[in-house]
Ligand binder design. Sequence first.
Ligand SMILES: *Cc1c(COP(=O)(O)O)cnc(C)c1O
Length: 353
Amino acid sequence: MEVKFVKREELKEKPKGELGFGKYFTDYMFVLDYEEGKGFYDARIVPYGDLVVDPAMMVLHYAQETFEGMKAYRTKDDKILLFRPEMNAKRMQKSNERLCMPEIPVNDFIQAINDLVKVEEDWVPKGEGTSLYIRPFMFATEAGVGVHPSRTYKFIVICCPVGSYYPEGVNPVKIYVEDEFVRATRGGTGFAKCGGNYAGSIAAQEKAAKLGYTQVLWLDGVHRRYVEEVGTMNVMFVIDNEVYTAPIDGTVLPGVTRDSIIHILKDWGIKVNEVALDINDLMQAAREGRLQEGFGTGTAAVISPIGELNYKGEIVTINNFKTGELTKRLYDTLTGIQWGNLEDKYNWTYEVK
Ligand SMILES: *Cc1c(COP(=O)(O)O)cnc(C)c1O
């Protein structure tokens, strides 16, 4: 894929102080157009800026949109690493297939990320735990209010430098088990990373936030009984020294972090059960002191320990609201590989060149 480069007149000033998450955007963005019959065309890296769109643009009406989330990490010797980018490329193809959108070839997807990050190298922050968050997304651009797959699309990649998710060290969060709203059902779009899934989840998120909870734990959409995932993360629980997480069978997002953690756990000889876990069994295990640890897994936070669950008003504390031993060990191992401080024995990192 040939990528045109349009230089900015003036570069932005880099943010000073706290980076936070998703507040600052870099100088450039990658843009690729698609038209039915013509395919993908006009790959370019251009100054980050406003888009001019038609008010009838189909994504604004029917939400035909998919996205990805990944990071670039700066190593101590100033290499820039991506983490398993081919997994994001393939997942976006699966999401696009579900939403009747064209699939970007894996190599072109990785090249888009590589080339943009290379241009924005100076934006990959240096501080402990900081990284450049990368947001590839694609949306329907055809103008028209009638429901059918759009004939034109835009694929764009934007980046933002982000601070450490845990400036005060890894700390457990409180999770509200949602028993009214549901996120996904089999046959729906739960496995696809699409904006529409999130639009429907904001009401639950708001409800939990009002009660003082960080995120919701989703139960399955049919029985509202089996544990699926947490807002923006997959979720794992340690019960009787074994790990439990929902299987990937249509309703749960197949997380890159989830997959990596499962690999590491199995490598350590720890049993991972990818099964539907009944919320009642989870609560019972907590009451009996057999629920040892719980944590969410996702690119943004890497691993987020769970300190408290609230299900139908019953509150249980996990590991005395402290980060568990296994959780900490997994966090250190995965972040060690991602930032190039530990040997990459699984061959997961990709150097930006
Ligand atoms: C992106 C996402 C995850 C985590 O996936 P990673 O590839 O590990 O970042 C989990 N659940 C949902 C709903 C997501 O959108």
